[in-house]
Design a protein around this ligand. Structure first.
Ligand code: ASC
Length: 150
């Protein structure tokens, strides 16, 4: 019995302390996951963009709902940039892995800016949303310029 409990504890510890990468069975699963999460994020960001750029009527609730989704999605892609996920169907540049601190900083900057966008959207003030949307878009672009192939 003691042996079983000990084995279970060892297994649980291994699962809980496994690096993020091991959430994915294969590198291509991680690549698919990060692309999917970025695509969903971009879709909801774009819906706010349509209102900010007068391509859609402004609706405060739609803006707030989409910004909340962007904020949630912004947390997801990063665990899927683990070691060994640099090859395959990806535009990710090697700099992601050779300049990890800079990449992390960019990812955190983006997450901070979209959190501000979500806060602005909750106020319903279109001018604040426009300002925050611009800053968030810049934070997307900064990483694309440095870490993504054309
Ligand atoms: C978007 C989108 C991005 C960013 C980026 C900003 O709407 O899909 O990736 O904005 O283009 O420069």
């Amino acid at each position: 019995m003691k042996t079983i409990i000990a084995a279970a504890l060892v297994a649980a510890t291994a699962i809980l302390s496994t690096p993020a990468m091991a959430q994915f069975q294969k590198p291509e699963d991680a690549i698919k996951y990060r692309k999917a999460s970025l695509t969903v994020m971009a879709t909801h960001f774009g819906r706010i963009g349509a209102m900010v750029n007068n391509r859609a009527p402004f609706d405060a609730k739609v803006a707030a709902d989409n910004a909340a989704l962007v904020e949630t999605m912004s947390k997801l892609p990063w665990a899927a940039f683990g070691a060994g996920t640099d090859k395959g169907e990806t535009r990710a540049l090697p700099a992601i892995w050779t300049e990890q601190a800079k990449f992390k900083e960019g990812a955190e900057k983006m997450q901070a800016e979209v959190a501000k966008l979500s806060a602005a959207a909750k106020t319903g003030n279109l001018d604040s949303i426009k300002t925050a949307f611009g800053a968030a878009g810049q934070s997307c672009k900064a990483c694309h310029d440095n870490f993504r192939k054309e």
